[in-house]
Design a protein around this ligand. Structure first.
Ligand code: GDP
Ligand code: MG
Length: 439
């Protein structure tokens, strides 16, 4: 761990439970991380209180570091608050689906309108972009240019019509000409302003949108909270697009938007190009906000896949040296569900320098062992000593798996040595350099 969470994790060193006493220091670090990520102060406070309640009393599974467990609780809570899953774009049964874009000037509305147009087009939809930003002629040109680029039609009228009238005419055109989605781009202002809100409300009444997407620049920081509150109270939003995440913003605005409006962030903008739009995943954003990256992913995956009970059974088996080939296969499957061996190793801090050749040969070796286990009878898997005792069994496994008898002998010897080592570790306080060992 290479950030402030190092301290949060340290706060728990040697403790097996997260308690009122030891959680405070760690929460302080989380608070700082969230503020650094530009989550608004009121949202941070509320979030910290929730995490405290969740974390205190959380039992920590043997072998898992309580500090990491704590981070996991924080991460889970972040994911929950941000909605858990990705929310797709509205798709109304009665066509066309109408999507209204809202937000401050410069947030990325016009760009996002075109990006969504492209996304829909790629899904074989027929979108119509409507230029209802009547304040700056340049804004209409911008949408027209983007429309050409993605080969999607843009509706614009350079008359003196009001934005709501343009929007309405755009919708009529869509109905008459069989467009299935209408994306209405609107004029923002540099700041929250009653004029803009009034205009948005009128456009909303005119076109009765299925979706009002608030476009927020992720670089705007703490202000995201006020922007969301205003737009949601005055206009009513159904979701948001968080833009400019290709910059170095930590994305804390996502948490503020969701907490304040209760509405999902549906997409993120990751560049100026029209292709640079991605669905929003709470899980990824939580990691980004925490700045945890892959370390957390590893803890997460391990937790998900290794059922607590299962882990304890394995531990006991290792201690008693009754770990057999069937258990080995089970372990292998767990590792595979967690991703490739190489991917897994590279997620461990300090292991990123492990070279691909090493990983490849490790993977090859595992494949070889798997093939051999596949050629063993159930009895042999459960009692590796049968194989050790009878060379004829080893020869059968060798020919069945396409390997030499010497290879089988070697694997078997290694396996038994590993069992011995495990037993030693569990009874003798661990290997040098290992912190603690098993209780
Ligand atoms: P609007 O005023 O809300 O319509 O904002 P625009 O769509 O005109 O975008 C304002 C500026 O931000 C433009 O220069 C865009 O190219 C840029 N922009 C929009 N979205 C993104 C994004 O996701 N990443 C980056 N780097 N730039 C973006
Ligand atoms: Mg614009």
């Amino acid at each position: 761990l290479t950030n402030q969470f190092e301290d949060a994790v340290k706060a728990f060193k040697g403790e097996a439970k997260i308690s009122e006493e030891n959680v405070d220091e760690a929460l302080k670090q989380v608070r700082r991380a969230l503020l650094d990520a530009d989550v608004s102060l009121s949202v941070v406070k509320e979030f910290i209180d929730e995490v405290r309640v969740k974390a205190v009393g959380t039992e920590v599974v043997r072998g898992i570091d309580p500090g990491q467990k704590f981070i996991q609780v924080v991460h889970e809570e972040l994911v929950n608050v941000m909605g858990g899953e990705n929310d797709p774009l509205a798709n109304s049964e009665e066509q066309p689906t109408v999507i209204l874009m809202a937000g401050l000037q410069g947030a990325g509305k016009t760009t996002a309108t075109a990006k969504l147009g492209l996304l829909l087009k790629e899904k074989n939809k027929k979108p119509l972009l409507v230029a209802a930003d009547t304040y700056r002629p340049a804004a209409i040109d911008q949408l027209v240019t983007l429309g050409k680029q993605i080969d999607v039609e843009v509706f614009n009228l350079s008359s003196n019509l009001k934005p709501e009238e343009i929007a309405k005419k755009g919708l009529e055109k869509a109905k008459n000409e069989g467009f299935d989605t209408v994306l209405v781009d609107t004029a923002g202002r540099l700041q929250i302003d009653t004029d803009m809100m009034g205009e948005m409300v009128r456009i909303k009444e005119a076109v009765q949108p299925d979706e009002v997407l608030l476009v927020v620049d992720s670089m705007i920081g703490q202000e995201a909270a006020d922007i969301t509150r205003s737009f949601h109270e005055k206009v009513g939003i159904t979701g948001a697009v968080l833009t400019k995440l290709d910059g170095d913003s930590r994305g804390g605005a996502a948490l503020s938007i969701r907490k304040i409006s209760g509405k999902p962030i549906k997409f993120i903008g990751t560049g100026e190009k029209v292709e640079a739009l991605q669905p929003f995943y709470p899980e990824r954003m939580a990691s980004r906000i925490l700045g945890m990256g892959d370390v957390l992913t590893l803890v997460e995956k391990a937790q998900k896949e290794v059922e607590i009970a299962d882990a304890e059974i394995m531990q006991k088996k290792l201690q008693e040296a009754t770990f057999d080939f069937s258990d080995f296969v089970k372990q292998m499957r767990m590792i595979k569900r967690m991703g490739s061996l190489g991917g897994l190793l590279k997620m461990i801090p300090g292991m990123n320098k492990i070279d691909d050749g090493m990983i490849k040969s490790g993977e090859d070796q595992l494949k070889k062992i798997e093939a051999m286990i596949g050629s063993m009878s159930v009895e042999e898997r459960n009692k590796p000593e049968l194989l050790a005792a009878q060379p004829s069994r080893r020869r059968r496994v060798a020919s069945g798996s396409g390997h030499k008898p010497a290879d089988v002998d070697k694997v078997l010897a290694d396996f038994q040595r590993m069992r011995g080592l495990m037993k030693q570790m569990s009874t003798g306080g661990g290997l040098p350099g290992m912190d603690g060992g098993l209780p």
